[in-house]
Design a protein. Structure first.
Length: 259
C-alpha cells in the first residue's frame, strides 16, 4: 500500500445550514512511502439500500454526539450495503445513511445544479443538494449527530458526487471520503476549491489518475487536509480501505481541541 499524506491538522467546521429545527437541536507535492507487502484485500458487497436506511452504532448513547457518514448513490449505481460496510468501518463509532441521487453516471455532474433555474430553462433542474440535506436531517431528527462531523462518502461516481457536493456546500460538511472517483478536473471550480479552507479529504485510486492528483494538489494548496492511499487491488471498496478510513476519521476526533 502506498500512502500520500499532504497534511494533518486540527479542524473546526461550521455547519449551521444543516441545523435541525430547535426542538430537535443537539447540544507542494505529496511525498510517497512504500509499505511492506500486504495480504490480498477482501471485497465487500454492493447492493441496493432502502431509501432513508440508517446504520445505528451498537450500544447507541443518546448523550453522545456521533459522526455521520452519508454515502451517495447516483442513479444506476449500486449503493454500499450499510449492514456490511458500517460494521467493518466501526461497530460503535459512526452513523451511516445512503442518499439516492436522481442522476446517472452517464451524465456529467456539471449538468446538474443545486436547484437554481438556468436561463431559458423550462423547469428548475434537479436539486440534489436538497435531497442530501433532507436525508441528513432525517437522521438528525431521530438521533444525536455531531453537526461538525458530517462526512460525504462514495465509490466511483458516488465519490465524484461527494467531492462535488463538498465543493458546493462546504459549510454543511466536515469533508469527503472519495473511493476511486472518476471526476474530471474540468468539472471543478478553482474558486470553490479555494473556499474549502480546512475541510478534510480522503481519496483512493484503483488506477493512476493525473486528474485526481491535480485536484488533490489544488485542495492542499487551499488548506485542505488531504490523504490519498493506494492499494494492491483492482477493488474500489474493501476491508482494508474501510479500516484506514476509520483511523483517518478517529485521528481528527481524538485530536485535542484548541480553546
Amino acid at each position: 500500500m502506498t500512502t500520500h499524506r499532504f497534511s494533518f491538522q486540527n479542524h473546526s467546521v461550521a455547519t449551521n445550514s444543516l441545523e435541525v429545527p430547535e426542538r430537535f437541536a443537539v447540544s507542494s507535492a505529496p511525498s510517497s512511502t512504500a509499505a511492506a507487502p500486504v495480504t490480498p484485500v477482501e471485497p465487500l458487497p454492493l447492493e441496493a439500500v432502502a431509501p432513508n436506511a440508517i446504520s445505528v452504532p451498537q450500544y447507541y448513547e443518546s448523550k453522545y454526539a456521533y459522526p455521520l457518514i452519508v454515502w451517495l448513490q447516483p442513479a444506476g449505481c449500486r449503493a454500499p450495503d450499510l449492514k456490511q460496510i458500517m460494521p467493518v468501518l466501526s461497530e460503535r463509532n459512526y452513523f451511516g445513511t445512503v442518499s439516492r441521487l436522481a442522476f446517472s453516471i452517464e451524465n456529467p455532474l456539471s449538468a446538474f445544479s443545486l436547484g437554481e433555474r438556468q436561463p431559458g430553462a423550462s423547469r428548475a433542474p434537479y436539486n440534489w443538494a436538497a435531497d442530501i440535506r433532507r436525508d441528513v436531517l432525517h437522521v438528525r431528527r431521530n438521533f444525536h449527530i455531531h453537526s461538525e462531523r458530517i462526512y460525504l462518502a462514495g465509490v466511483g461516481a458516488g465519490a465524484s458526487a461527494a467531492i462535488q457536493m463538498l465543493l458546493e456546500k462546504p459549510e454543511w460538511f466536515a469533508g469527503a471520503i472519495a473511493l476511486d472517483p472518476d471526476l474530471e478536473l474540468a468539472q471543478v471550480s478553482v474558486r470553490k476549491v479555494r473556499e474549502l479552507g480546512d475541510k478534510r479529504l480522503f481519496t483512493t485510486a484503483v488506477m493512476p489518475s493525473p486528474e485526481l492528483t491535480n485536484l488533490e494538489r489544488l485542495c492542499f494548496g487551499a488548506g485542505v487536509d488531504v490523504t490519498h492511499k493506494n492499494y494492491p487491488t483492482e477493488l474500489s471498496l474493501h476491508r482494508k480501505v474501510l479500516l484506514d478510513v476509520d483511523r483517518w476519521l478517529m485521528a481528527e476526533i481524538c485530536q485535542p481541541q484548541m480553546v
